[in-house]
Write a protein that binds this ligand. Sequence first.
Ligand SMILES: Cc1cc2nc3c(=O)[nH]c(=O)nc-3n(C[C@H](O)[C@H](O)[C@H](O)COP(=O)(O)OP(=O)(O)OC[C@H]3O[C@@H](n4cnc5c(N)ncnc54)[C@H](O)[C@@H]3O)c2cc1C
Length: 311
Amino acid sequence: MIDSQRKQLEQRISQVQWDVDMGSRSTFKVGGRAEALVKVKDQGELSSLLAWAESNGVPWAILGGGSNILVVTDRFEGMFLQLGDGFTEIRVAEKKVTTATGYVFISVGGGCRLGLLVSFCSQKALACMEWATGIPGTVGGAIRMNAGAHGSQMADIVHSVTLVAQTGQVLEVPAEDIAFGYRTTCFPRESAGQRYVIVGCTLQLASGDAEQVKGRCREYAHWRKEHQPGGAGSAGSFFKNPQDDSAGRLIEAVGLKGFQLRGAKISGKHANFIINNGDAVPQDIVELMEFIQKKVKEETGVQLEPEVHIY
Ligand SMILES: Cc1cc2nc3c(=O)[nH]c(=O)nc-3n(C[C@H](O)[C@H](O)[C@H](O)COP(=O)(O)OP(=O)(O)OC[C@H]3O[C@@H](n4cnc5c(N)ncnc54)[C@H](O)[C@@H]3O)c2cc1C
């Protein structure tokens, strides 16, 4: 950004931080820097900010909870946007339909933590969200990634999504117009280059039994503790699972479980987790990623694709 753009940005938004370490904003606990990190307070502010960025040619990207990103570039020129307090509300939507199976619609802000949503559902005895227990990040990030676990995914429960387009226009998109894929989501016109921020959604959940909902959440939390490395910096599963196979199984099969490349290591507990041993630099993680891809391709013929979004 040129000086006059920086000034204009500060005049528009109260929460702008300059020259920000993105590593401390990512669960990998490592990453390059960003020219600016902008916390947007509400939808009106976001619309006008995006329209301003569009007309000034200012590059932007969105940061959710930082649990599936790796900022490799030394310095991202432009701004990372983060949704602030005006995007965190959870409420039972007025459009409440009780059918034989008892569906309940809830509206959730894109900046709401997924964990808070799971707790809310658990307290209100709302079923269909338990699978997300232990997945970090925000609701916006979960929709963008079509996050999933235990055979369920966001696509199963999304009824509609509210977006702010790069022009500042607000759109409400029904689920049937959204192309959900495996750990990816594509909105109308996105493949033609239109960019969006997910600011909220309506989810379709089911009335459940409070004890059963809580029990399933406990079960899934226990499963994560047993099967995934806790504590260390990571972005969860690094690669997407190939069709009818598992990336972890392939990495283990080529003998790389526990393998270390400088500060980056393949977890000894779950071979699809690349972990930051504490002193990794982003390049260590990228080199380890490429090494795994090469070895798996040579020995099994399968090309692994990262699930993590790399900047
Ligand atoms: C320990 C651990 C366990 C995990 N387990 C799982 C799991 O079981 N299943 C699973 O699917 N994932 C899992 N993940 C990965 C990650 O938590 C999910 O992908 C999560 O949904 C990402 O959300 P986020 O808010 O952190 O997104 P970020 O990492 O901040 O962003 C990811 C992408 O989404 C975009 N994005 C974020 N917010 C928005 C928004 N509001 N509008 C538009 N785009 C947006 C970003 O620009 C980026 O491209 C795990 C990660 C960790 C660290």
